[in-house]
Design a protein around this ligand. Structure first.
Ligand code: C2O
Length: 597
């Protein structure tokens, strides 16, 4: 064991320029193994796999895909080569547990190496999950800021017990947090591909996190011996719930986490929070109304098109980032992560994926994210979000409340009743149609404004170092009601290239030009934001160019709100907040809906 590692360390030096993870792994000895005292842990397993390949140095130099083609032959090879071919597209499958690697929670240039591999590595121990029977008591999740003394006591007791467990126990808070790191900070590759497993920025974001907190909730319940224990939700879609719930701020409580931004502990969460360039000209009440309006917009725009709410498809072998858009609810959720975490790199705990799960508020936050999805599905009459086998059959592994590794599928989590939990019915202030009017009344037209001419974005990518304002042609103006019921108007910002692995945030505004191609200082109506937490999406040289994100924002109802249906062109403004970003282009698409109100 020791000798194979020192061997790797010596051969790694000539490969320093080679920035693949193989050289990283080679240049850094793993810090700890579990469970075996003999050192037969996950990283050790990996290291010896490379040893066994023959010709150590050459294997280290090879691209991972080539290694797989060589060692595994036709099966994976064919799949890897067929990536572009939709005929062989298939659902994302769980990773190979024996192949967990040291994760990087920092950047390529300033790596933060984290050991987040789980204590379980044996794939043969995985069984299909047995769902609770319909007579199992229902867990009712309640708003965290309205818990009664009894519920609060149980909630604290559960985390107290979870925190007291051995850190190697899969039920411990330590291991629960590491699960998030494994699936977000690229500790696993997808089986058969040189592509990391990534549960953010795509259509498995909501189902994966639903299962994650479902098992977390059951474990907490088991710890306190209460089958009805339910994870409270941070009710940030209600004016009274928009600050961090009080119970999390008691420094003596198990719900407390010291790695939170002290400046935001009593502030109102802004769905458009940004880390480095945040300005808040609003009173608390105005901010709350602005949030409600955004939530209302999120639902109105995305009800007819699930990809706008949940995110774009990702199938086996695909990068979560490449040309993909994250759902709108994920962007809002990211802002809350940044609001809670410390304001400086690495933004622990909530502000970075690798550490977010160390804060009990994380699970409470995700309980509300999940609730938002539940409400979204209800509003669509529970119509299946993506009638696509690759989504429905996407599968994951979790360690459950019976100390069992279980495999679950997306299609089995669509109805929370099947998982035996539900949400207490609370008011949805954002669903009130007067929100729209209140917000509108605030935007007073300016008296005399100086107008400037605005032109099209142009064919070449542009750095977003200051606000970009561009004239964008609509595919069709003055659309009829039935045309709108048939197709959603979607603003697409593509070729989003991110220079670093740090946080990224920019805002998007839409206005109608004056006299064809003039704009005033008013940016117009907010259509949404692009918000990304820091994570190591850049692994190798050249990744930044290859892995471009896109952003899709529904604008059908926005255009109605600003009486712009008759406009031929729109002025789209991109306002940089965090990070260094290049923009490839801006255009507007009409996309077929699957649902009408
Ligand atoms: Cu996996 Cu809140 O993110």
């Amino acid at each position: 064991m020791a000798s194979s590692l020192s061997f790797l360390a010596t051969t790694a030096s000539p490969l320093h320029h080679h920035r693949s993870r193989h050289s990283r792994k080679a240049s850094r000895a793993p810090t700890h193994f579990y469970p075996s005292a003999s050192g037969a842990g996950t990283n050790a397993t990996n290291a010896s796999a490379y040893d066994n390949g023959g010709g150590k140095e050459s294997i280290l130099k090879l691209d991972r895909r080539n290694v797989l083609l060589g060692t595994l032959g036709g099966l994976y090879g064919a799949a890897a080569l067929g990536r572009e071919n939709t005929a062989v597209a298939s659902p994302v499958v769980p990773p190979d547990l024996s192949k967990c690697k040291t994760a990087n929670a920092g950047s390529e240039t300033e790596p933060i190496w984290v050991e987040c591999c789980p204590p379980y590595t044996d794939n043969s121990k995985i069984v299909d999950y047995k769902f609770p029977t319909s007579s199992t008591p229902l867990r009712t999740r309640k708003p965290a800021h309205l818990l009664d003394a009894d519920d609060l006591a149980k909630y604290k007791e559960a985390y107290k017990l979870m925190r007291a467990l051995d850190p190697n126990d899969p039920w411990s808070l330590e291991q629960q947090a590491k699960v998030h790191c494994q699936y977000c900070n690229e500790a696993y590759d997808q089986v058969g591909y040189d592509v990391p497993v990534q549960v953010h920025f795509n259509w498995i974001f909501l189902p994966w996190h639903r299962y994650y907190i479902h098992f977390h909730e059951k474990i907490l319940g088991k710890l306190i011996g209460d089958e009805t224990f339910a994870l409270p939700f941070w009710n940030w879609d209600s004016p009274d719930g928009m600050t961090i719930p009080t119970s999390f701020k008691d420094t003596t409580s198990s719900l407390y986490d010291e790695k939170r931004n002290p400046a935001n502990l009593t502030k109102v969460l802004d769905y458009q929070y940004s880390l480095t360039n945040y300005e808040n000209p609003y009173t608390d009440d105005e901010l709350k109304t602005k949030n409600l309006y955004q939530m209302s917009r999120t639902f109105r725009e995305s009800l007819p098109l699930p990809e706008l709410f949940l995110g774009d498809p990702v199938r086996a072998g695909e990068e979560a980032s490449a040309g993909k858009t994250m759902g709108r609810i994920e962007a809002i959720h990211n802002a809350a992560h940044q609001f809670v975490g410390l304001p400086d790199s690495p933004y622990r705990d909530m502000g970075n994926f690798y550490s977010a799960g160390y804060d009990p508020l994380f699970y409470c936050h995700h309980s509300n994210v999940d609730r938002m999805w539940h409400i979204y599905r209800q509003k669509r009459g529970n119509k299946v979000d993506f009638n696509d086998k690759d989504w429905l059959n996407s599968s994951f592994i979790f360690y459950d409340e019976n100390k069992q590794l279980v495999k679950v599928k997306v299609e089995d989590c669509l109805n929370p009743q099947k998982l035996r939990y539900t949400y207490e019915d609370v008011e949805l202030p954002w669903a009130d149609s007067s929100i729209k009017k209140k917000q509108k009344a605030k935007a007073k037209p300016r008296s005399r404004v100086s107008l400037v001419q605005v032109s099209e974005f142009g064919p070449d990518p542009r750095p977003l170092d200051s606000t970009i304002r561009a004239l964008v042609q609509r595919p069709k103006k003055s659309r009829t009601k039935s045309e709108k019921e048939d197709e959603v108007e979607v603003l697409v910002i593509d070729g989003i290239e991110i220079a670093h692995n740090g946080p990224v945030n920019f805002e998007v505004y839409v206005a109608v030009p004056y006299g064809g191609n003039f704009v005033g200082p008013d940016l117009g109506e907010s259509a949404g934001s692009f918000v990304k937490l820091p994570h190591s999406h850049i692994r190798k040289k050249g990744d930044a160019e290859k892995k471009k994100y896109s952003l899709k924002l529904g604008i059908s109802s926005l255009l109605e709100d600003i009486d712009a249906e008759g406009a031929e062109k729109l002025v789209v403004s991109l306002v940089p907040k965090d990070g260094e970003v290049n923009i490839g282009g801006i255009h507007i698409d009409l996309i077929k809906t699957d649902w009408t109100a």
